[in-house]
Design a binder for this molecule. Structure first.
Ligand code: C5P
Ligand code: MG
Length: 192
């Protein structure tokens, strides 16, 4: 039985996924779950057996095994008591998608994929400027190169797969947050 409606939010590092999700939460009342945030939280949790493994992947821009990420997502979904979710930064590769389908396809329906399309140059500029204050261990030039590589080599094909299912709404993500949100609103209004 389907309990949850899910919107996946994808795009390169710095494409504005998190920012747009905040706006969507404010105006449309979904619950925002960022896979990256959940992994960073788990990394910091005292006694976590996955802390080092997660940090290794984050620094390297590679993708944490889905068993870890999907169980964090599932637990957060259950704990929220809500039924409409924006899942940000997931699924990022084939392993993520396969794991999700195995674990969640009975209970969760993917109703849309928001794809924030942004040039590499703008993505890099945004992440480097965020890096001045974010405290993130991966908002630096070296990690960014690896994150972009992962995005082009592993995430793009997942987006293409959703596109074939007619689930993708592509958003031009280079304008200001407010302008980008105008496009996002149109998509969400059609869902409601
Ligand atoms: O989405 P965000 O930029 O916060 O992700 C930061 C890092 O977290 C990624 O580069 C990756 O190492 C890790 N991550 C992951 N699997 C996901 C989402 C994020 O391994 N589905
Ligand atoms: Mg984010």
């Amino acid at each position: 039985m389907t309990k949850y409606n899910v919107i996946f939010v994808l795009g390169g590092p710095g494409a504005g996924k998190g920012t747009q999700c905040e706006y969507i939460v404010r105006d449309f009342g979904y619950v925002h779950l960022s896979a990256g945030d959940l992994l960073r939280e788990e990394r910091q949790r005292p006694g976590s057996q996955f802390g080092e493994e997660i940090e290794g992947h984050i620094k390297n821009g590679t993708i944490v095994p889905v068993q870890i990420t999907c169980s964090l997502l599932k637990r957060a979904m259950e704990k929220s008591g809500k039924d409409r979710f924006l899942i940000d930064g997931f699924p990022r590769n084939r392993d993520n998608l396969d794991g999700w389908n195995k674990e969640m396809s009975d209970v969760a329906k993917v109703i849309r994929v928001l794809f924030f399309n942004c040039s590499e140059q703008v993505c890099v500029e945004r992440c480097l400027s965020r890096g001045k204050t974010s405290g993130r261990t991966d908002d630096n030039e070296e990690s960014l190169k690896k994150r972009i590589k992962t995005y082009t080599e592993s995430t793009m094909e997942i987006i293409e797969q959703f596109r074939k299912l007619n689930l993708v709404s592509e958003i031009h993500a280079e304008k200001s947050p407010e302008e980008v949100f105008e496009e996002v609103k149109k998509v969400l209004n059609e869902l409601n």
